[in-house]
Design a protein. Structure first.
Length: 176
């Protein structure tokens, strides 16, 4: 099995049967079928779905959890990395990823998207495949790209997709 990992960010709220959960499950499954492992924040919702899809199809599923939350980690993790601060958690999520995917989420997911983007833009990490899914993220990325261009910084670090299969193909072909 490949040692490459895709770090996937997303909401902790979707439940099995919800569209967002099922999309994340299929994504984890596609990555596993293409010899890619996954890394998430390790809890429920999208994190659980991606981990489940990967784990049930033979891939590793690392969860980087935060011990200040009194929350049960996903039962589909193959390994848990417990962190004591949000910054340690974010650092691990960035370090483990050979690529990054942003799925449906709120302000926590926005922080994660922004952090990866900033680290790449400032050359604190090398450019890696980076994709987001949904109209909401595309709108945010489009607005920020205007500002980044105005500042003379590198554009096009994030690819936006409406179709999850196209997103998966982009990440897979970039890493395999």
């Amino acid at each position: 099995m490949s040692k490459k990992f895709v770090t996937v960010f997303g909401s902790s709220l979707p439940k099995p049967g919800d569209k967002e959960y099922e999309v994340a499950y299929q994504l984890g499954k596609k990555f596993a079928e293409n010899k890619l492992n996954v890394c998430t924040g390790g809890f429920q919702g999208i994190m659980d779905a991606v981990s489940r899809g990967a784990n049930e199809n033979g891939a590793e599923a690392i969860g980087v959890t935060l011990d200040i939350y009194n929350v049960t980690p996903s039962k589909f993790l193959t390994r848990e990395i417990k962190c004591h601060t949000l910054f340690d958690r974010l650092g691990n999520l960035l370090e483990i990823g050979d690529a990054y995917v942003v799925l449906q989420g709120g302000t926590g997911t926005l922080v994660e998207l922004s952090l990866v983007w900033e680290y790449m833009n400032k050359k604190m990490i090398s450019d890696k495949p980076f994709a987001c899914h949904s109209r909401m993220w595309k709108d945010i990325v489009d607005i920020m790209e205007l500002q980044i261009k105005k500042e003379g910084r590198k554009n096009g670090l994030i690819k936006c997709f409406d179709d999850i299969d196209e997103l998966a193909s982009y990440i897979i072909t970039s890493l395999v």
